[in-house]
Design a protein around this ligand. Structure first.
Ligand code: CA
Length: 238
């Protein structure tokens, strides 16, 4: 269930990414910029370490492509400085050769990945996709329906900012409903997914727990999040 959710929120295809390139070789900057812009992304570039650091600190980016050998300040120092200042933007380091010590140092300074020059553009694109997905999965494992918020990592549920106490089973049921938002779910499907295949009870238990959830989540609030779908079962939605 959790896995499916991560996959869902981490799918950033079609999303515009803001990418910062810190690289002093104009041909490489052009090569990367052209490719990324063709993919619909926004690209910014700086050609020395200090200007790159300043840009990374002052603007939000989804990913930073950082060369190691740079004028004024090298890529390792830029990376270390960004991490020291709690900038968690994913960083892909570009190393001039397949040098193990460069790779190790890059990853030690807080880079997320590295790429050896020369590289194919598709390779870079794949790495950018991977590090931005990783970053997003880490920060936003929460779901919102109208004013109902469900933090899937901390198991905290709130409506209009007011925390709602749920039992573990109630939380599991709610989690299943919201991960399948706007999909009508049969009682049998809910029973199997939330209570497990071995659960021998009547589907009546689903109705009982739906009633508990409604009392806690929907009573006194509009819109009602938990809907009855006639002839099918239940559904969560606005
Ligand atoms: Ca360089």
């Amino acid at each position: 269930m959790r896995g499916a959710h991560r996959e869902h929120i981490s799918n950033n295809r079609g999303e515009v990414l803001r990418v910062l390139i810190i690289e002093d070789e104009p041909r490489i900057v052009e090569f990367i910029k052209e490719g990324l812009e063709q993919e619909g992304h926004e690209v910014y570039s700086e050609s020395d370490g200090r200007a790159g650091l300043a840009a990374a600190l002052s603007e939000n980016h989804d990913a930073i492509i950082l060369d190691v050998m740079l004028p004024l300040m090298d890529g390792f120092a830029v990376c270390r400085e960004l991490r020291d200042r709690d900038v968690s933007t994913p960083i892909i380091m570009l190393t001039a050769r397949d040098d193990i010590s460069d790779r190790v140092e890059g990853l030690n300074t807080g880079a997320d990945d590295y790429l050896t020059k020369p590289f194919a553009f598709e390779e870079l694109l794949a790495r950018i996709g991977a590090v931005t997905r990783r970053n997003k999965a880490g920060e936003a494992n929460a779901i919102k329906i109208a004013d109902l918020e469900i933090d899937l990592d901390r198991h905290v549920v709130s409506r209009r900012g007011q925390v709602i106490e749920l039992t573990p089973k109630e939380f599991n049921l709610l989690e299943y409903l919201v991960l399948n938002k706007n999909i009508a779910l049969s009682r049998m499907r809910i029973l199997e997914s939330v209570w497990g295949f071995d659960f021998a009870a009547e589907t009546n238990v689903v109705d009982v727990y739906i009633r508990y959830l409604r009392q806690k989540l929907d009573e006194g609030f509009e819109p009602k999040i938990i809907k009855t779908v006639r002839g099918v079962g239940y559904m969560a939605g606005e």
